[in-house]
Design a protein around this ligand. Structure first.
Ligand SMILES: [Cu+2]
Length: 346
């Protein structure tokens, strides 16, 4: 893949220099030594590939302790394309975070990327970004506390400047804040999955991210429970390994479009979205929607009944993005099991 261009390198290194002023965990560490050396030599840091470190999550009453790791890890995004991504925990999108409305989140970010500062911006919280979304320097960690007071399906992302580079390089994910009284339709739901849309540009090419078009637009799913599928954002996995449901099921999808740039026109071919909670808030309820628009970072909970066996394609109705990969298949069978066969695609 294409390495850093000189221009993007210069920008990202300038950023290292600029952002270090606004408060790392240990302000004495001003610039990552390797990045400084690279700046002097006008060379990009060498690609590294750090093995995924799982997210840690612990609960004591309504206090939730979450530890995530910013790391550089190769992610397969297309059949023959690997992206040397900036990630949370070696996944892109990052690991799914699920908390309850009213929880207090004690969030620790460990940054093992040896070259670049990273940070965490949770859209689910009220917090001063200049205090709680600040950069964590390479090989350091920072802990931040905030309350999850609003239910919903929210984006999280690295907020280090230039934010576009950090999100487009893979530092995005979803946090679900479960409503304290649940959703009015909870007892009707038989199956539930998470679907996330993101797009990929030329590797670490800030000019392409800023002025170009994505090379891939992709869907992924994240496990709500152990044993459920958990994928990175790629062009093929959710077409080749369909999500499953049974005839008569009401299916709920927690959806989010983490962008960074594209809008998603979320649509499930062959169904009407019977109930939609915009941004996943039970108060934002809509009925009978064909397509739900997800702005960059926007989320929703969508529910629909599947009445006939067959393959139902999940798309963004912006079909140029489907051409670039954005489709997944929901396979509906009489018994809810997969009996094989090539899924229908769009
Ligand atoms: Cu970052």
């Amino acid at each position: 893949m294409k390495p850093f261009t000189k221009a993007t390198l210069a920008l990202s290194l300038t950023t290292v220099l600029l952002t270090t002023g606004c408060g790392g965990v240990k302000p004495t560490e001003v610039v990552a030594p390797k990045a400084q050396a690279a700046a002097q030599q006008q060379q990009a840091p060498e690609n590294i590939n750090q093995a995924p470190i799982p997210m840690k999550m612990d609960r004591k009453g309504t206090d939730v302790f979450i530890e995530m790791t910013a790391q550089v890890t190769d992610i397969q995004i297309d059949k023959n394309v690997t992206y040397n991504a900036w990630t949370f925990n070696g996944e892109a999108p990052g690991p799914l975070v699920v908390v309850n409305e009213g929880d207090t989140i004690h969030f620790t970010l460990k940054n093992i990327d040896p070259d670049v500062p990273h940070s965490m911006d949770f859209h689910a919280v009220h917090a001063a970004p200049s205090k709680k979304f600040i950069d964590v320097m390479p090989n350091e960690e920072g802990t931040f506390t905030y309350k999850a007071s609003n239910p919903g399906v929210f984006m999280y992302h690295c907020g280090t400047k230039p934010v576009l580079a950090h999100i487009a390089n893979g530092m995005h994910g979803v946090i679900i804040v479960k409503p304290k009284d649940g959703y009015p339709t909870d007892n009707k739901v038989d199956k539930e999955y998470v679907i996330i849309q993101n797009e990929w540009y030329r590797e670490k090419d800030l000019d392409d991210m800023t002025n170009g078009q994505p090379s891939q637009v992709v869907f992924s799913t994240k496990a709500l429970k152990d044993g459920m599928p958990n994928t990175n954002g790629d062009t093929f996995t959710l077409k080749e390994k369909p999500l499953l449901a049974k005839v008569g099921d009401t299916v709920r999808l927690y959806i989010n479009n983490v962008g960074p740039n594209r809008v998603s026109s979320f649509h499930v071919v062959g169904t009407v979205l019977d109930t939609v909670y915009l941004d996943g808030n039970p108060k934002n309820v809509l009925h009978g929607m064909q397509t739900v628009m997800l702005p960059a970072s926007g989320g929703a909970v969508v529910e629909f009944k599947v009445v006939e066996p067959g393959d139902y394609t999940i798309v963004t109705h912006q079909f140029n993005d489907v051409q670039k990969g954005a489709a997944a298949v929901l396979r509906v069978t009489e018994d809810g099991l997969d009996h094989g066969g090539k899924p229908m695609s769009h």
